[in-house]
Design a protein around this ligand. Structure first.
Ligand SMILES: NC(=O)c1ccc[n+]([C@@H]2O[C@H](COP(=O)([O-])OP(=O)(O)OC[C@H]3O[C@@H](n4cnc5c(N)ncnc54)[C@H](OP(=O)(O)O)[C@@H]3O)[C@@H](O)[C@H]2O)c1
Length: 332
């Protein structure tokens, strides 16, 4: 089983990376990145939005300076925030991320979301006035992509890609791209297998990275903190996944991850727990049989299995670049 996926840019992206969303506590994220590097992770997924790039950068610097890892063996991904989705702001936000990460370049820079927000200052990620989100209604994805390409030319990013784009948005970028999309990061898990998007990506040689690969159970605490209802997909307790896990003497998380990797998908499970993060990368010593794969494939609920609906973002469906999958969900 390939431990790397070759990108359109020619670079190799490790199939398993460490997710870091919701890991903002400096001590916690520093120790998690250190443990992850010890466990063999070389791919770390972060974002300007996650507010943890400085902590990650500190640990990377220690590893690089001590010679324990070479820069070319790391694969660091970060993302342009919504407040940066504007051609004039791409260089600014990538520079800020590089400074925090203490790096000269990132391996992959993604447009985090097609929905541009107005820029108020560096820290207000969801600017609002009188309770109304300040969306940038003039978001120009094609012009933003052109600015991303210039960052590759300048040597600040080896590869570029998108996240949370719908298929039409992907096709639009493919049409105008001088530097192709190397990767798309979207919600993708056993209940929502993104067959159609994956087919589009296969056609255009775009690698696919799954977020929420084990169902993002950590969102429960986040939603409750914000006084919102949380619908736990319960992937880790699914009966089919459990029976396959028992058969292979693996955890349900390992089955969920192995399933995606065996399908050629890149996964970035988040864990700050040393045992769990070790287990999450320890998925290359067994194979799921054809029968296992068929049973797991049959768990696909298509759009009904999507759990990241973005429906809590007031007025999001009025944005001209609101992806179709959000619009259709909100109209339901
Ligand atoms: N592009 C985007 O818009 C976007 C959106 C969401 C996420 N992401 C990226 O994708 C990454 C992964 O998604 P996610 O964090 O939402 O969800 P996830 O990786 O599916 O789930 C992470 C949660 O599962 C727990 N966990 C991890 N390993 C486990 C295991 N082996 N057994 C049981 N529980 C386990 C973690 O807690 P512990 O830490 O306590 O282990 C954490 O609460 C993010 O961290 C982020 O880097 C990107």
């Amino acid at each position: 089983m390939a431990q790397y996926v070759e990108l359109a840019s020619g670079y190799k992206m490790p199939t398993v990376g460490l997710g870091t969303w919701q890991a903002t506590n400096a001590t916690e994220i520093e120790s998690a990145v250190d443990e992850a590097l010890k466990a063999g992770y070389r791919h770390i997924d972060t974002a300007y939005l996650y507010e943890n790039e400085k902590s990650i950068g500190k640990v990377l610097r220690e590893w690089l300076d001590s010679g324990r890892v070479k820069r070319e063996d790391l694969f660091i991904v970060t993302k342009l925030p919504g407040i940066g989705v504007h051609p004039d702001r791409v260089p600014y936000f990538l520079k800020k991320s590089l400074e925090s990460l203490q790096l000269d370049y990132v391996d992959l820079y993604l447009i985090h979301s097609p929905i541009g927000m107005q820029y108020v200052n560096d820290t207000e990620m969801w600017p609002a006035k009188d309770g109304e989100p300040l969306y940038d209604m003039d978001t120009d994805l094609e012009a933003t992509w052109k600015a991303m390409e210039k960052e590759v030319d300048a040597g600040h990013a080896k590869s570029i890609g998108v996240s949370n784009f719908d298929e039409d948005q992907v096709e639009r970028i493919v049409k105008i791209a001088r530097i192709p999309i190397s990767n798309i990061q979207v919600e993708l898990q056993v209940y929502m297998q993104q067959k159609s998007l994956r087919e589009t990506c296969r056609k255009h040689n775009i690698s696919v990275c799954s977020y929420g690969p084990i169902g993002s159970p950590g969102r429960k605490a986040l939603f409750e903190k914000r006084g919102m209802k949380f619908e736990d997909p319960g992937l880790l307790d699914d009966a089919v996944v459990k029976s396959i896990a028992e058969h292979h003497n693996k955890t349900t998380a390992q089955i969920l991850l192995r399933f995606l990797v065996q399908e050629g998908i890149i996964v970035i499970p988040k864990s700050t727990n040393p045992q769990r993060l070790r287990a999450n990368i320890n998925i290359f010593d067994f194979d799921l049989s054809q029968d296992d794969m068929t049973r797991l494939t049959a768990l696909d609920r298509k759009e009904d299995g999507r759990f990241f609906t973005f429906a809590a973002f007031k007025g999001i469906n009025n944005h001209p670049e609101c992806p179709k999958f959000i619009k259709s969900r909100i109209q339901k």
